[in-house]
Design a protein around this ligand. Structure first.
Ligand code: 5RP
Length: 228
């Protein structure tokens, strides 16, 4: 089975966790979109009523509008029942690296307002330690971004400015991203605290202790892991 089919399995499985009258966070990326599409199908089949959703990126917002999913805002609904989102790495404690699509700021804002964050992934995303295979996306404001790159290097990372063709990739907030390769991250919670304290870093892709469930699809099985 190819990776896309595994992503589809995981995303569609998790869409079954959504119940009528829920406020739903819609994740971003090529796995979460399968959950979003299945939620739309369930709404249109009449299986789900009174659903309103909050998208985690402009791309997801556009998809949700096209799919006919009613949208709301955090101003109207500050508490979200369930969010289904993807991840780039998931460690055994359900800590995550996110931001492969550059949407991690909105994703974290939605996640921290969410009662139950469900991560959907193919099994290539499971790692024994964060940083094993993915550089940490760090969103920084354009002003003085070089000083953030130098700061990340001083912490032991190799930062690379994310590009979109010939120009820097621009986030939904008009910021830019440094992909900071830290190698294996021994203490993700400590790095989270360090990066949170730095002016100019808007947000980074470490999601510590936020996920409640992980739905992971592999060639042989689909597993629903729950936080102990
Ligand atoms: C976007 C994200 C995505 O959820 C993450 O990159 C996983 O993407 P995909 O499901 O396409 O592999 O964090 O900012």
């Amino acid at each position: 089975m190819n990776t896309n089919a595994l992503k589809q399995q995981a995303g569609e499985y998790a869409a079954a966790f959504v119940e009528s009258s829920m406020i739903v966070g819609l994740g971003s990326g090529s796995t979460a979109i399968f959950a979003t599409r299945r939620i739309a199908e369930r709404i249109h089949r009449g299986e789900l009523a009174d659903i309103v959703a909050i998208p985690t990126s402009l791309a997801t917002e556009a998809a949700a509008i096209e799919l006919g999913i009613p949208l709301t805002t955090l101003a109207e609904h500050p508490r979200i029942d369930i969010t289904i989102d993807g991840a780039d790495e998931v460690d055994p404690a359900f800590n995550l690296i996110k931001g492969g699509g550059g949407a991690h700021l909105r994703e974290k804002i939605v996640a921290q307002a969410t009662e139950r964050l469900v991560i959907v992934a193919d099994d290539s995303k499971l790692v024994d330690q964060l940083g094993a295979s993915w550089a940490l996306p760090v969103e920084v404001i354009p002003f003085g971004w070089e000083s953030q790159a130098a700061y990340l290097a001083s912490l032991g990372a190799s930062p690379t400015l994310r590009m979109d063709g010939d120009t820097p990739f621009e986030t939904d907030q008009g910021n830019i991203i440094l992909d900071a390769d830290f190698g294996r991250i021994a203490d993700p919670a400590a790095l989270d605290t360090t990066l949170n304290a730095r002016a100019g870093i808007v947000e980074h892709g470490l999601f510590i202790g936020m996920a409640h469930d992980v739905v992971v699809a592999g060639a042989d099985d689909l597993r629903h892991l729950r936080k102990a």
